[in-house]
Design a protein around this ligand. Structure first.
Ligand code: GLC
Ligand code: GLC
Length: 798
């Protein structure tokens, strides 16, 4: 069982000790609008605001070898050329270490008595990456070395950059200073932004044309100029602009040289674009470089970044007897929630940054992971999302972060989408007490003049689903519900059609979803509670309308959604059961057990317990709960994409980690602590033993881990950007540790094995700060803490 690294919890870092990880293990830099992806070998790219439209560095997603391109530093020491991060030269190092921390990455490489320490971060309030490179001669003799920086520019639109070569190969333009190399492609016309790579000292040589730097037939691993120890002083005209600076350094024994690089992005106002005809206004770039051009300035910027994360992560911290749990709660889960909130599903090593925009349902669910951390941004996000709703309550499935407009290519029609707006808004108000958000006026489809209060958006969200029922009184599924791959109106036999947007048959469809039914009941109950609050004071008739619709749905589920041992998953176009013991394959699905369980439908009659037992019996495997079992073995046109995946992967029998928390929450609501805990540990990376098997980063949750029926069960994929982050956070914080934000305060209601003993939670909540010591006695029950600003230490026995 080969291990590639370990957790260093005191400094909140994961330390990688072998650069040849089974898959690039990455980190994210940035917390405002400039973001970077950086792997353990310094691969990756950055962008400002939008991963598709404002891409700064070029990246080849599908490169061979994988993860080619990034911010590369080359050291030429005599005949030996190496990189501190091992790649791209892959010269064996005497020592290598990569530390991924909160918003920064540090890579140390050592070779032949030379130590290179590289620190990468995006300073708060800045649109740049700072790279601090420290070279130390640890040997007994003096050293004359050359250091090269290297980045390759993306021609801004990451999609056309990879497609439209007839144009691209002629548009590239650069400008050259003595410390800074500028990338200004398309600046002459409609763009008012450029990028640059600057250093805090003048360089001794440079290149801006890729072929001149690498040599036309070389890869990143063998740049001709570096091998020769020269620079071409090339000026890019079209083709592929790059920035490569050369520094000739003399290092006495024991001496250290520190160089600071700034990889930045500048936007100028139209009036201030040029300083002379055809010459870009460089003042903002020079100022940005000046802001970080000394050790002291970089130290201060780094300290500010640390303080930012200390403050954020200080809002919820845990001390328990289980180190894996503490590490997940205190560090990595909250961190992943932040990253997922920033990126939605756009830019990761599994998402190209050019495909999806912000998902309506995804973004609402992501809120659950960050409302306690960055409530102001959650507020804005809710208003942005609501503005992509249609007047009939339906909504765009995705929107673009740059324009905030709904995405026409995908459109709407996903049956569950509207309900997630209620989910996100309720989570936000419970955390903040900000009922005022309900009065914010928000347009439909971003059309000025159509504004109504956010509360109205919630009402039409609810009534959209309430009024869109099939023959069993259950919600119509539309293109799909949460499970994008259960496409019951698609009927595609054309491989060129998208499963998500194709509806070859909808007329007379009877396809209904039990997952939406459960979601509707759960969110409906929350919505009724919200409406009845004195701060909202909705008319009684409105509250009653919601409650009645919820009641009718519960009856419909009990009458038509129960299969005898578990909840059905759906009815198909023709009204036939899906997820029933009557089916040949996929007799049981996870989503409806989770959501009907959370909604407590039929709890009194024992349905929830039975459904949860069935989930453990039929869906649980060594690494978690699979989505459906047994998996589909062939393509079923009536069901769509779900049956397109080989058994055990993704939505066809994979452990789709996103939905495991639904079962865990349902278990907790049923008071079944052992089951909840076992399921939780199985999907939590901190508890995973085998880093090689898991393959992806051991510090973040995956969207999917291959299920029992897969060729390689336990192999993780789609790490980082997944609803799993927010859902596991909600699960562990509110249901396992049991610290539940309520409109009036906190409710402490743990569901965790008694053997865990005593744990302590420090929780900031609005203007209050609680220091809670929870002693588990086995008695159970809950403890209510009315909200009151200020500090309170409490000991609670439950
Ligand atoms: C992906 C999508 C999400 C969907 C899930 C299940 O994670 O981002 O919207 O619900 O897959 O298909
Ligand atoms: C595919 C994936 C699913 C994802 C969807 C997004 O269907 O299987 O997980 O949500 O694409 O479009």
């Amino acid at each position: 069982m080969k291990q590639y690294g370990y957790f260093d919890d005191d400094v909140r870092e994961f330390v990688i000790t072998d650069p040849a990880t089974p898959w690039p293990w990455i980190n994210y830099l940035g917390s405002e609008d400039f973001f970077s992806l950086i792997s353990n070998t310094a691969g990756g790219y950055c962008f400002c605001k939008d991963a598709k439209f404002r891409r700064i560095l070029r990246y080849r997603y599908n490169g061979v070898p994988m993860d080619s391109g990034g911010r590369y530093y080359y050291i030429k020491d005599g005949d030996c050329v190496w990189n501190p991060g091992w790649k791209p030269c892959k010269t064996p190092l005497d020592r290598y270490e990569c530390r991924h921390g909160m918003g920064y990455t540090r890579i140390i490489g050592e070779k032949d008595g030379l130590r290179a320490e590289a620190q990468f971060f995006v300073p708060r309030g800045s649109r740049c990456e700072v790279h601090r490179l420290r070279l130390t001669n640890t040997g007994a003799a003096g050293k004359c070395v050359q250091l090269y920086s290297f980045v390759e520019w993306c021609l801004w639109n990451a999609s056309t950059d990879m497609e439209n070569f007839q144009r691209n190969l002629s548009t590239g333009e650069v400008e050259i200073g003595d410390r800074i190399l500028y990338h200004k492609t398309e600046y002459r016309e409609r763009r008012d932004h450029y990028a640059f790579l600057g250093a805090n000292r003048p360089f001794d040589g440079f290149d801006t044309d890729r072929d001149a730097f690498l040599g036309p037939y070389n890869g990143f691993d063998a740049p001709q100029q570096v091998l020769q120890g020269t620079s071409g002083h090339s000026v890019a005209h079209g083709w592929s602009p790059v920035a490569a600076q050369r520094f000739d350094l003399n290092l006495a024994p024991g001496a250290t040289e520190e160089l600071i690089f700034v990889l930045g992005y500048v936007e100028n106002t139209p009036e201030a674009k040029f300083s002379a005809p055809g010459v870009i206004n460089k003042a903002p770039a020079e100022a940005m470089l000046r802001a970080f051009d000394t050790t002291e300035k970089v130290d201060a910027a780094f300290a500010a970044l640390r303080a930012y994360w200390d403050d954020l992560l200080g809002r919820f911290s845990l001390r328990s007897s289980v180190p894996e749990l503490d590490r997940t709660v205190n560090i990595w889960n909250q961190y992943q929630c932040m990253v997922t909130f920033f990126m939605s599903r756009s830019a990761s090593y599994f998402e190209s940054g050019i495909g999806r925009g912000m998902g309506f349902r995804d973004s609402n669910q992501d809120l659950a992971g960050i409302v306690h951390l960055i409530p102001e941004r959650a507020r804005q996000r809710i208003l942005d999302i609501a503005a992509t709703q249609f007047p009939d309550g339906g909504c765009y499935h995705q929107y673009q972060p740059l324009t905030k407009r709904g995405n026409h290519d995908i459109g709407g029609g996903f049956g569950d989408d509207p309900l997630w707006l209620i989910f996100g808004t309720v989570a936000y108000i419970k955390e903040t007490g900000d009922f005022g958000i309900l009065e914010e006026r928000v347009p439909f489809d971003n059309q000025a003049g159509t504004e109504v209060p956010l509360l109205e958006h919630l009402k039409i969200s609810f009534s959209r689903v309430a009024g869109n029922l099939g023959p069993h009184g259950l919600p119509l599924i539309g293109r799909a519900d949460w499970n994008d791959c259960l496409n019951l109106n698609c009927f595609s036999d054309n491989p060129d059609e998208s499963f998500q947007t194709t509806e070859n048959k909808t007329e007379g469809s009877r396809a209904e979803s039990l997952m939406i039914a459960g979601l509707f009941v759960a969110e409906g109950k929350d919505f009724a509670e919200l409406l009845a609050r004195p701060e909202v004071a909705a008319p009684e008739a409105e509250v009653a309308w919601v409650q009645e619709a919820v009641g009718r749905m519960e009856s419909a589920v009990k009458a038509h959604g129960w299969d005898g041992e578990w909840f059905l998953r759906a009815y198909d176009y023709y009204g036939r059961k899906i997820g029933s013991s009557e089916n040949e394959e996929s007799k049981i699905f996870i989503e409806s057990q989770g959501w009907c369980g959370i909604a407590r439908i039929g709890a009194v009659e024992g349905l929830c317990d039975k459904a949860l037992d069935a989930a453990s019996k039929y869906l649980e495997c060594e690494h978690g709960l699979v989505l459906n079992a047994p998996a589909f073995t062939s393509y079923i046109k009536d069901y769509g994409e779900i049956s397109s995946y080989p058994q055990g992967y993704k939505e066809n029998g994979g452990i789709f980690c996103h939905n495991n928390p639904w079962i865990i929450i349902a278990e907790a609501m049923a008071g079944r602590a052992e089951d909840a805990w076992r399921h939780y540990c199985k999907i939590s990376p901190a508890f995973a033993k085998d880093q090689s098997l898991r393959k992806v980063e051991p510090y973040v949750f995956c969207q999917m881990v291959a299920g029992a029926e897969a060729a390689r069960p336990g192999e993780g994929k789609n790490s980082w950007l997944t609803g799993t982050a927010a859902w596991t956070w909600k699960t562990v914080s509110e249901f396992i540790l049991g610290i539940k934000p309520q409109y009036d305060g906190l409710l402490v209601e743990p569901c965790i094995p008694v053997r865990i003993g005593t744990y302590r939670v420090r929780r900031r909540f609005r203007d209050a700060e609680y220091d809670l010591t929870v002693r588990l006695t086995g008695r159970g029950g809950s403890f209510r803490i009315p909200y009151r600003p200020g500090f309170q230490a409490l000991e609670i026995e439950l």
